[in-house]
Design a protein around this ligand. Structure first.
Ligand code: IPM
Ligand code: MN
Length: 353
């Protein structure tokens, strides 16, 4: 098949990790006889420096033209003054909104070979396989915002339709997995959460009677994720809870550097794939960042945007093989073992392909 991929390296280690993901995709394309083309565009701080805005028109046009978007990370100290008029992160938020990417899939499945990289006891981690579905274009991230010298507010708002569409995505995923759906909210305090709960129950009864659906308060869920992570199958939650819980859940997999994500809209076209980690300015440009999360995001791209399931599995298996061979970047390498650089990790994946 032929496909166009918009490549948005962004800032910091985004450049290094997307470079390896592109090489891995090219290796998959060569092996399976596909024609993948790439168009690189600016996003985040790099775009602010070059064009004055975090999401230039040209970048958005490239993404709209593409079959899928592969992104690195945005942000950095250079642009993080709280009084700055524009921030790199706005570019990513605007892009998610403009492309209508309301469902953010974040799978968390610790690799058996690196259970030791997690601060959690290995016996709690074995068999953990969680799919977090985070609502991505609503809630407090996108509500009205105001700040004066003495006061500030961020409005959290959800419509029934916004809740329904993301819960449907999560419920369908649960149906193809272990048929358990955990909806996480703060219904003891927030009106948006009380609406969220009602909608989940109504939808579950009407469309997904075959699923076991449970509700959990977000504070309890934060604790439960570390105490009994095996209990979870599919989690669905609103934007900010999902942001926070997935950083926490990444520790089950040993590091943020192992977690991919897919951000999906209504159709298969124009979805966005990115590691859940940030731009890590402290290690940027040194060739030590872990590229596996971005390469695994590229595998999700093959699966969800290009419907290339066999190729997606081949790429995931190649990352597994690299990890099993002990090619471990600094964030997951055990003490006393020489860590692999970004390029070496990419090479190991390509060799396995
Ligand atoms: C993420 C990131 C973003 C978010 C930031 C960079 C805006 O933390 O994708 O999890 O909060 O959604
Ligand atoms: Mn985050």
């Amino acid at each position: 098949m032929q496909a166009l991929i918009a490549l948005l390296p962004g800032d910091g280690i985004g450049n290094e990790v997307t470079h390896e993901a592109r090489r891995a995709l090219e290796a998959v394309a060569a092996r399976f006889g596909h024609d993948l083309r790439f168009e690189t565009a600016l996003l985040g701080g790099a775009a602010i420096d070059a064009a004055g805005v975090p999401l230039p028109e040209e970048t958005l046009a490239t993404c709209r033209r593409a079959d899928a978007v592969l992104m690195g990370a945005v942000g950095g100290p250079k642009w993080s003054d709280p009084n700055a008029p524009v921030r790199p992160e706005q570019g990513l938020l605007q892009l998610r909104k403009a492309l209508g990417l309301f469902a953010n899939l974040r799978p968390v499945a610790p690799h058996p070979a690196v259970l030791g990289a997690s601060p959690i006891k290995a016996e709690l981690l074995r068999g953990v396989d969680i799919m977090v579905v985070r609502e991505l274009t609503g809630g407090i991230y996108f509500g009205e915002k105001q700040r004066s010298a003495t006061e500030a507010h961020d409005v959290c708002r959800y419509t029934v339709a916004e809740i329904e569409r993301v819960v449907r995505v999560a419920a369908r995923l649960a149906r193809a997995r272990r048929r358990k759906l955990t909806s996480i909210d703060k219904a003891n305090v927030l009106e948006t959460s009380r609406l969220w709960r009602l909608v989940v129950d109504r939808l579950a009864a009407a469309e997904f009677p075959d699923l076991a659906v449970e509700h959990m308060l977000v504070d309890a869920a934060a604790m439960h994720l570390l105490r009994k992570p095996r209990d979870f199958d599919v989690i669905v939650t609103e934007n900010m809870f999902g942001d926070i819980l997935t950083d926490e859940a990444s520790m089950l997999a040993g590091s943020l550097g192992m977690l991919p994500s897919a951000s999906l809209g209504e159709g298969p076209r124009g979805a966005l794939y990115e590691p859940i980690h940030g731009s890590a300015p402290d290690i940027a440009g040194r060739g030590v960042a872990n590229p596996y999360a971005t390469i695994l995001s590229a595998a999700m791209l093959l699966r969800h945007s290009l419907a290339l399931e066999t190729e997606a599995r081949a790429l995931e298996a190649a990352v597994s093989a690299a990890v099993e061979r002990g090619v471990l970047p600094a964030d997951i390498a055990p003490a006393g073992v020489a860590p692999a650089g970004t390029r070496a990790a990419g090479d190991a994946v390509i060799a396995a392909i």
